[in-house]
Design a protein around this ligand. Structure first.
Ligand SMILES: [Cu+2]
Length: 155
């Protein structure tokens, strides 16, 4: 948290985040949308990072994740991983639909948020500030935990 506060101050994002970047942000809500346990992996400055999360929609209309932003990356894209003839590829997608009364998982090997050209190293056990914007329900800014997991490192 100490390093995050320094980064946040340096980037001038504290005004946006207030004082609260919850370290254990397992659920955040806006409108009918709930974000469940967003997490990232350690990554080096200048490399790409990744964010995974589950999104639930308790609303009565479909919604779409249309943008993700963080001051820690030069650019943020929504990607889908595919496997074609044994070759791992990623393609950009414009948005991710979250069906009414349903959910969508951004998880290793499938949909994910790509943090392009990190401005800072992502270290294990840090929490990074990220804003998720939905077409109908608006924006949620929350802390995303940087975690080391034992699975392989494909996006
Ligand atoms: Cu990707």
């Amino acid at each position: 948290m100490v390093r995050l506060r320094v980064l946040a101050a340096a980037l001038g994002v504290l005004a946006v985040l207030g004082t609260a970047v919850p370290a254990q942000a397992h659920e955040e809500k806006t409108g009918g949308i709930t974000i469940v346990h967003p997490w990232s992996r350690p990554a080096a400055q200048g490399h790409n990072g990744v964010i995974y999360l589950d999104i639930h929609n308790r609303g009565e209309a479909d919604d779409r994740l249309v943008a993700v932003s963080t001051p820690l990356a030069t650019k943020v894209e929504l990607h889908r991983s595919t496997m074609e003839e044994g070759v791992h590829r990623m393609e950009a997608v414009e948005s991710v639909v979250v069906p009414a009364g349903g959910s969508v998982a951004l998880a290793p090997g499938g949909l994910h948020v790509m943090l392009v050209d990190l401005k800072f190293m992502l270290m294990a056990e840090e929490t990074i500030p990220v804003t998720f914007t939905f077409e109908r329900s608006g924006a949620i800014t929350t802390g995303v935990a940087v975690e080391v997991r034992g699975d392989d490192h494909d996006y």
